[in-house]
Design a protein around this ligand. Sequence first.
Ligand code: ACO
Length: 428
Amino acid sequence: MTTPVSLKVGDKALEMPVKSGTIGPSVVDIGKLYAQTGMFTYDPGFTSTASCESKITYIDGDEGVLLYRGYPIEQLAEHGDFLETCYLLLYGELPTPAQRADFNYRVTRHTMVHEQMMRFFQGFRRDAHPMSVMVASVGALSAFYHDSIDIADENQRMIASMRMIAKFPTLAAMAYKYSIGQPFVYPQNDLDYTSNFLRMCFAVPCEEYKVNKVLSRALDRIFILHADHEQNASTSTVRLAGSSGANPFACIAAGVACLWGPAHGGANEAALKMLQEIGSVDRIPHYIARAKDKNDSFRLMGFGHRVYKNYDPRAKIMQKTAHEVLNELGIKDDPLLDIAIELERIALHDEYFIEKKLYPNVDFYSGITLKAMGFPTSMFTALFALARTVGWIAQWKEMIEDPGQKIGRPRQLYTGNARRDYIPGNMR
Ligand code: ACO
């Protein structure tokens, strides 16, 4: 039992209970603070606030540790595959062979989307950003699958979860195909999850598509790396949306919308654009200087993280994956990779970055890898969203299944006008 924290407000002394988790910092339970003092806490950006209790993912930002249900990300990425990770995140344990076969079967049987979705897609402009298409089409799933939006029904929650994990790749591939004017490719269920996605993106009806196993394995690993990351902005968005009882498709669409921002999942696209803008190794010092200049809004994209104050463990695996993919594709000299490696080297030795603990994050190398695989930059965040869908669902389910769950409703420090009387227009 941890000693409670004492707080003195005026002449009143309050004792606030401290709760401890399995690992990581304990939390001070301030739930009764307002009732007892009439004061709120103030923590914009939630830098010191735990918004929930969770058993899914653990991050130690100082040590650079990421665990899914207790398993280190390095081990899962090295030995596991994405669907197994999905099972682990959703159910808490790695599957037995029978559970795994059943899970694969269930996901695979939901890969097609309602045929009417095709017409829904035709309404978009061809140059629409894939993330705008994903926000709309994932949200629209609730209009197509009415039979799985009752969140009080466990079976419906499960079916909605399977549908989203299975259909997201189909929708993301459709968004890509639509943007380049090629026909949609239907899923092929004898392929594994990631190979099927690659085929839906890159196959054309006029020739046979052969899955490159190295690329498929690399992309599968990228999906594992992105599958969950505890209470980040998009996950918190999903939880907040879900706390009102909104249907799961709408909640995940909210997560997709949040992920799109360049400070979050949009950073992979921004990082690659930045490398392209830098253009050559000799221009790096200029950009490093800009990143350090307080009067310049430029930031090194793919660097820094709210939680990791050490090397993001995902970035290490991503860097290795980038080399594997470029090797497989016979890309001997990728100028962007050269710039990335040199930029990383300089930043890791620069006082500004060392002092602020700014290390490469998962997005730094992912863009180079995805570009080499043939994805346009505009698809990068959609791929991130595809992988994160399972994390969002696991977190959403955990919240819905918590008997103590309440609607999320933060308070505020009001700094606007105090009460004043309305003055009719002709008297102002
Ligand atoms: N380049 C240059 N300086 C930076 C960078 C960067 N990439 N990131 C942070 N800093 C500086 C800030 O200017 C600030 O300096 P100050 O103390 O002198 O004011 C200090 O480091 C702390 O930065 P904050 O923005 O306060 O840190 P926060 O935790 O709020 O932000 C964030 C984290 C948003 C990820 C930030 O590092 C950033 O914008 N990085 C670039 C975008 C990016 O790569 N995002 C992907 C994150 S990973 C993901 O979402 C999957």
